[in-house]
Design a protein around this ligand. Structure first.
Ligand SMILES: Nc1nc2c(ncn2[C@@H]2O[C@H](COP(=O)(O)OP(=O)(O)O)[C@@H](O)[C@H]2O)c(=O)[nH]1
Ligand SMILES: [Mg+2]
Length: 262
């Protein structure tokens, strides 16, 4: 039996993921089961019109406990925020329901957390990443422009949008509590807030394979994602967080790990 208090909780935001969630959760749970017992998954469903929530609620008990949080507010950022704030574990991560990032990287991310690195980001721009990108040209152009815009808020981070991030739990809960951006650009604000709290992010290589059925619509979400960067910029200036050395005993400056090797 898994211990009642998990040491690692993984949040999976999911909206209308009836098709991708069963495979995604199965892959996530089997990767998590390779870790020491005490890993739990929290699926956050916001107002799906399919049975996404039921898939999570009826997930069979196993080595990795799966639970469901339901919220009404739409947006990936709102879902991850709610999931993170529902955690109490020492370490907290989040992954997309499609598991486009191979969850085999989870033990690597955990290795970095255990070594004292508080913010571990899966990165498709890492030179050792293996990326199979089938996105349309227009989405790729948009992503390049978005990446350039993120540099103002999180200089030095090559990929803010990979749906695979792991954190010291205390830091990410403090950052999520202040989060203003509720949509797809929330990652940028979340990372910037962790940096404000005194953490230095490290990017690790991932295997990333596009999975069809994306919930991101170029027409509906592109403009709002850029607008969200402006919201984040304003919010970070109006409500900055002072570095808090009491949050954790993390490694504040890990230059040796910049390339994601341990
Ligand atoms: N709960 C919740 N999850 C969302 C919402 N929008 C997107 N997501 C989830 O966020 C993740 C985004 O990944 P995906 O749709 O694959 O987008 P892409 O990889 O950027 O094309 C998926 O797990 C989605 O189900 C939302 O409004 N609510
Ligand atoms: Mg995806």
């Amino acid at each position: 039996m898994a211990p009642t208090t998990p040491w690692l909780e993984i949040v999976v935001p999911a909206r209308n993921e009836h098709r991708r969630l069963p495979t995604g959760l199965a892959r996530l749970c089997s990767a998590a089961a390779t870790l020491p017992p005490g890993v739990a998954v929290i699926v956050v469903d916001s107002a799906s019109t399919d049975d996404t929530g039921e898939i999570a609620r009826r997930w069979p008990p196993g080595d990795v406990r799966v639970s469901l949080v339901r919220i009404n507010e739409p947006g990936k950022g709102a879902a991850v925020r709610a999931g993170v704030l529902a955690t109490s574990a020492r370490y907290v991560g989040f992954c997309d329901a499609d598991m486009a990032t191979d969850p085999a990287a989870i033990p690597v991310a955990v290795g970095f957390l255990r070594a004292g690195y508080p913010v571990v980001l899966g990165s498709r721009s890492h030179p050792e990443s293996d990326v199979e990108d089938r996105h349309t040209v227009i989405r790729r152009v948009g992503a390049t422009a978005f990446r350039a815009a993120t540099r103002v808020l999180v200089p030095g981070v090559g990929d803010t949008q990979c749906g695979f991030k792991f954190f010291d739990g205390a830091i990410v809960r403090a950052a999520a509590a202040r989060l203003r951006v509720t949509g797809f650009a929330f990652d940028v604000e979340l990372i910037a807030r962790c940096v404000q709290l005194g953490a230095t992010p490290v990017e690790i290589p991932v295997r990333w394979q596009d999975v069809g059925g994306s919930t991101f619509s170029i027409w509906r979400h592109s403009a709002s994602s850029f607008a969200e960067l402006a919201v984040a910029w304003r919010a970070l200036r109006l409500r900055p967080a002072a570095p808090d050395p009491l949050l954790s005993g993390w490694t504040a400056d890990p230059p040796a790990a910049k390339l994601g090797r341990l």
